[in-house]
Write a protein that binds this ligand. Sequence first.
Ligand code: ATP
Length: 239
Amino acid sequence: MSEPLLDVRGLEAGYGNTRVLFGVDLQVAVGGVTALLGANGAGKTTTLRALCGMVRRRGTITLAGQRIDALATEEIVRLGVAHVPDGRGTFAGLTTEENLLLGACTRSDRAAVRDDFERLYGYFPRLKERRHQQAGTLSGGEQQMLAIARALMLRPRLLLLDEPSFGLAPMVVQDIFRIMRRVRAEQGVAILLVEQNAALALELADTACLLETGRVVLAGPAAAVGNNEAVQAAYLGGE
Ligand code: ATP
């Protein structure tokens, strides 16, 4: 990989006295997609939280050559890192459009923000139909789309995407991944993707790492990780 967009070395993090990450190394290429795989409790969500400064962490985190490991979440967001948390975190009482506007709250280029509404509605026509509807009344799939669209309103360089398929019907998941492939190709946004559905994640990703109890135990091109026997057995139905 030429100089990665995101370069993480020796990342440690935890909650109170409980350590969860024990020296995680991972990279995301400029415009690339890295999948972070692993069983429940391996520390995937904690990795994303640590990267955006939401939990205490140690180690070096470099974004486009700049150290960000001592920065506050707000500063990291301003540098173009958008986080779509598990559980989505949309504001239930606000409309779709108001949620999208909040995603752009760090931007001052108002005309470009208006253009981005249309661009995002192009990717997510369902959100356009529901632009005046309260987010809390949207379906699970629509809320996931809104969470992703809101993050994209930041015009991020890097999207941290936590379990976008969680709790959704297979058709809706397919739809979301199809849109993500388009967004990636057209917007050049890099993605660090946490996903239980390893087959889908490996289809979208160029590279992948497997996390086990807070350590990366396997990393490499997505195809190679997908062909690994242990990954096949544990995450891909053991064919
Ligand atoms: P899952 O797919 O189940 O979310 P994960 O790989 O994302 O798994 P994490 O959510 O990062 O795993 O959790 C890693 C460990 O940290 C788990 O043992 C979990 O119980 C613990 N943990 C997560 N959040 C907290 C918290 N807020 N306080 C204390 N411990 C936590």
